[in-house]
Design a protein around this ligand. Structure first.
Ligand code: ZN
Length: 150
């Protein structure tokens, strides 16, 4: 079990030091700014659609390792998916990190996102892990362009 935990930490550290899709998209359809005052995490999320498919997604910002790794993993998982699929992923991810599970207790459907499961043991870090997801949901629903976790 500890080996598994080490592997998970490796993935988080890797995504923190080399975040994927860490870029601004100049012709993005939605730009959402997210802020987690509890930790100081800030994110700018850029989403480009083709129909209702997330054709491209990028983020920039500053924050702790959890928030950066989570944003990096999130962009990888939702790119190429449609809005309904991305919203389903949001729900599942939220269930996993908060420990409030309605659906399947097995989170294999989340792929690499499963590395964030350990966050549920650290309630103060849940907002770090979900900041990019709340920003994504706002972008999908075309709500406000500013998201705060408070
Ligand atoms: Zn944080």
């Amino acid at each position: 079990m500890s080996e598994l935990r080490e592997l998970y930490q490796e993935i988080v550290l890797d995504h923190n030091s080399r975040p994927r899709n860490f870029k601004e998209i100049e012709d993005a359809d939605r730009v959402v700014e997210g802020y987690n005052p509890l930790c100081g995490d800030k994110i700018m999320l850029y989403v480009k659609f083709e129909g209702d498919t997330i054709a491209d997604i990028g983020f920039q910002g500053t924050g702790c390792a959890i928030s950066r790794a989570s944003a990096s993993l999130m962009t990888q998982q939702v790119k190429g998916r449609n809005v309904a699929q991305a919203e389903k992923l949001f729900d599942r991810f939220h269930e996993m990190v908060t420990g409030n599970v309605d659906g399947d207790l097995d989170f294999e459907d989340l792929g690499d996102l499963e590395v964030m499961a350990g966050v549920s043991n650290f309630p103060s870090r849940v907002k770090c892990a979900t900041l990019s997801w709340h920003s994504l949901r706002s972008a999908l629903k075309s709500q406000e362009a500013h998201v705060t976790t408070e």
